[in-house]
Write a new protein. Sequence first.
Length: 626
Amino acid sequence: MLPVLLLVLLLAPPTVIATAQPISPDSVSHAHWTHPEAGMPLVETYTPEDYNADTQNWMAMQGDNGVLHVANTRGVLSFDGARWSLIPVSNRSIVRGLAQGADGHIYVGAQDELGYLAPSDSGQHYVSLRDQIEEGPDDLGNIWSVEAAGSFVYFHTYEGLYRWSTSDKTMHHWTPAEADDYFFPLVTVHGTPYVASQTEGVHAVAGDSLRPVFSLPPTESGDSQSIRDLAPYGDDQILVATSTNALYVYDDNADDDNAVRALSLSFADRFGDALMYDLNRLSDGTYALATIGAGLFLFDASGTLIRHFPFPNQPVLSTYEDHEGGVWATLDSGLRRIDWNTPLSVFSGEYDDETVTDVVRHNDTLTVSTNHGMGTIVPSAEPGTPAQLEKHAPFTQIWNLHQDRDTLLVGAASDLFRWEQSDQYEGVGLQESHAFRVTAAPHAPNQLYVSTSRGIERFERSDSTAWTRTGNLRDDIGNFSRPAWANNSTLWVGTRYAGVVRVQVDDEGRPVGTQHFTTTDGLPEGHVMPFRFGDAVLFSTEEGVHRFHPDTEQFNRTQDPPYVPGSLNEPRVLMAADGAGRWWGNTEVGFGWWSQDRSDWTWQMRSLRRVPRVVIRDALAEDDVA
């Protein structure tokens, strides 16, 4: 996994999603992706080696039980979130269509084969309905799609449309009116199945009949165009994708001259020689347009691009929104899942080989440090373009950033730097050590304490002078790490291997004494990281969170928050608190937040559970990033 910067844009709290029920259109919004500082969503990749089947995947859908099913060239793939399994159809042909019927079965369309999945002792097996077909050609050919509406399931081929009744177990059949005509595509829009005839336009299924609805106008040059896909638009309109890479809106309530109108796309120049292949509307109103040759486009109802996923050399055959709001792209080789419903941005680019160690907002610019240098986030200049990371000197290992008036203090390998902007920086002067963490006394910002590899170094300044080194505390202890102020008189500084040090300071922020606490005082061995939680300082260790008791001067493991229910032994560190009363932190099980209702604290991860714990190095919580 590539190290990346993760930025949580708190435009709204993430929404609770039930795993077995589709999300509500009102529960999500793509607003966070239009923010100028938003990057790209998290994307998970599943290769043929992961699911052990053919490279090519035609479409995906999720059953009411939460299991994902994928139409694969070798059969039906099933994924429960942990394990993949393959269910071949009876003639072991290509599966291209899937849909869940009113009876709960997953119906399958393959090559010259159709049927459904039924429970078995080993999971599921395929049951053929081929012998239920009494009309039409002997060879069905390719079944390109399967749709479910009401108590019916529809199977679509070029030469015919088949309707299976889940209630009375009968099959109905339609063929194109002309011998040289063919059906494509079949789509359910606003609850009604529609099938397009390439010479007679779009028809709606009405009882046992196909009712003509509309036809596409010719192009400006007079050429005819065919329909590639349909999707809902508004409350009762239809969005139409065509073979000429144009989009049209059909409005049944408009007069005949205005019933079909073109929808202008802000990204039309990105298609090139690509072909529109699949069109879907997501729960938040975003449209997902899959193409052969130009990747995947996500855009709004006005035709404005929100995000583009090029997926080089990967034809995108379809998209599907799962119950958690993730968008699956089925590809010519593998699968991708885009965390679209998570307000979480990923920034990589030039930083693919680096680990981001800290993030602050400096002079209204999000600024990051990495193990190779500095960087700033450059907001997007136009809709649909993600924000970018721009590199800056010094190009060295950097661990921490500390706001200091109009400059930044940068804790780095071999020195502490003053960083103005861009590539302007100067050393402050450490004594042959690394600056891991920087903190100033809360009541005396001109008193600086730096956690280093050789003690806690101190710096002072008057209002008009530069920082001056004034000494080193506890140079008998190495590898100091995270500091936390308990109050104006007490600073706790953790170490990686030697417990924790308490520094007592006076009213001017200068030290008056230190005390070293180790395993003899109740701390476990290993890394100790102090952090504030509410009004208290707690101590994260490899054996859970500990609390210091002043009356006994001993540490004891606490079962009070912050904790993850059922997981009391893992290390966890609070990183930031936001204006909504949430306390963001890292735990053994991942990144999330604690919130308080009166005296009760709760831990939540929601869609952030996909973020690996090792990725989160620090967090910045802002009250308003809109």
